[in-house]
Design a protein around this ligand. Sequence first.
Ligand code: FE2
Length: 135
Amino acid sequence: MSLIEWQDDYSVGIRNLDDQHKVLIDLINLFHDARSHGKEWQTLSIVLRSLMEYAATHFAGEEKLMIEHDFPGLHQHRLAHNEFVQKVSDFSEDFRESRAMLPQELMNFLGEWLVGHILVVDKQYSGFFKERGYG
Ligand SMILES: [Fe+2]
């Protein structure tokens, strides 16, 4: 069973960003499935790395759009992205060293952070970009 299901109210009204958020949800679900099926550390590590790489590309794309449109919330938004990247890379560093199973705490963080971020932080740019004809 998936950890997160896409819901229409997750939409930020911008097609390509919604599509990217769906890919992030898929990657989190893939990680969750791999973990609940007892996949070994290496598999989890590969999925987690893909998730981190995709998230970094997605965040950079969002920030580029904010810069192009002089979005006033850029600074705060970038801080939120950076915190996520830092936290996930700290987790993965710890577990690369210990070779232990990645904990439920990370799983919960990934799911809760992404949904919370889309619903609260990403929604702040939604109307702003739409008013500027981007969508
Ligand atoms: Fe964001």
